[in-house]
Design a protein around this ligand. Structure first.
Ligand code: HEM
Length: 305
């Protein structure tokens, strides 16, 4: 309190064009008579006073810098937490939103299309960039689309990004325009959940999310001669095991594709398909596609125990 008063008075003294020696006197007055020891020269006191005031100013500005840095640090942690949906405070998220991935920004500005389609592609990219970015930022969370709504994201509706779904999860695949866009080799995957085809490889018959019975493609074919190596009880047990393994293979293959789109630096997970509870029962039970049927093999001979 005394120092602040001293500085104010010192400032006033300087305003009045008084020599620095007045400040030293003030110091002595403020500190009291006990401090006015002989042998301490006036000019030295004045210098000490100025140094002290300067030190205080420095300490003040250092404190301000510390405050700003602390604020920035906390703001950064908060922003990271919000953007990563609670995954990380330090931007160490495994699945960064696409607009934080350098590959995504690079892909927006590097054009790989022939000159004739350059303008069209650029428009498309700018429009999809704006709409996906805005959608994502404004919504601040996953989007939910019905199968019907998703079909508008297949590349035919101008200004819409390209979406596809696997196992009910929607991904933005606008960066794979040459594959999923109109005329692309995998265009049939855009605008729908074709989970079954990702496993069966039947890109015409199986463009559906219905996975029922697909494990059949991994089941061995019965053969009277080979199967006679097992008793009927053993065969029942073996078939139950085979069915279990076949289901696991379907699950693993589908998971491979979900992981592929989730972890790809080019694509972003944007939401989920909105479905009625009984959506599956309302579909006709699918048949195994011909090429998957054709690939099935007979059971191998019994191994010696
Ligand atoms: C179950 C079977 C298959 C599935 C589900 C499948 C799926 C896919 C998908 C989703 C992509 C796009 C990858 C990306 O976005 O980067 C792709 C790309 C590709 N696939 Fe397949 N694929 C299958 C079989 C095959 C087969 C048998 C071949 C070759 C004969 C093949 C050749 C290719 C090629 C060349 C690309 C790159 C396409 C391009 O750059 O335009 N795929 N595949």
């Amino acid at each position: 309190m005394a120092d602040t008063e001293l500085r104010q008075r010192k400032g006033k003294a300087n305003d009045d064009n008084k020599p620095p020696v007045d400040s030293a006197e003030l110091l002595n007055q403020t500190k009291g008579d006990d401090d006015s020891k002989p042998g301490i020269s006036k000019p030295k006191d004045s210098a000490t006073l100025r140094k002290q005031a300067k030190d205080e100013d420095n300490a003040g500005s250092r404190l301000d810098i510390l405050r700003v840095l602390t604020f920035l640090f906390l703001a950064s942690c908060g922003l990271s937490y919000v953007i990563s949906s609670g995954e990380s405070f330090f931007w160490g998220m495994k699945h960064k939103p696409y607009y934080l991935k350098p590959e995504w920004w690079k892909a927006q500005f590097v054009c790989n299309y022939p000159a004739s389609t350059l303008g069209m592609a650029r428009n498309y990219v700018i429009q999809s960039l704006t709409s996906t970015l805005l959608t994502s930022i404004l919504q601040g969370g996953p989007i939910y689309l019905t199968a019907d709504e998703l079909s508008d994201y297949n590349g035919y509706v101008q200004g819409r990004p390209l979406y596809l779904a696997v196992n009910g999860t929607i991904f933005d695949v606008s960066n794979g325009l040459n594959m999923y866009g109109v005329g692309g080799s995998y265009h049939f995957f855009a605008g729908r959940d074709a989970s079954r085809a990702y496993v069966s490889g039947c890109f015409k018959e199986d463009l559906t999310p219905d996975m029922r019975g697909l494990e059949e493609m991994f089941l061995p074919l019965d053969d009277a001669e080979i199967d006679s190596q097992w008793t009927s009880a053993e065969m029942k047990e073996l078939k139950a095991r085979e069915l279990q393994q076949a289901k696991e293979r379907v699950h693993k293959t589908l998971k491979h594709w979900v992981d592929f789109f989730t972890n790809s630096p080019k694509y972003q997970k944007v939401g989920y398909l909105k479905r009625d509870e009984d959506w599956l029962e309302r579909l006709p039970y699918p048949e195994l596609c011909q090429s998957a049927k054709d690939k099935r093999k007979k059971r191998g001979p019994r191994q010696q125990d």
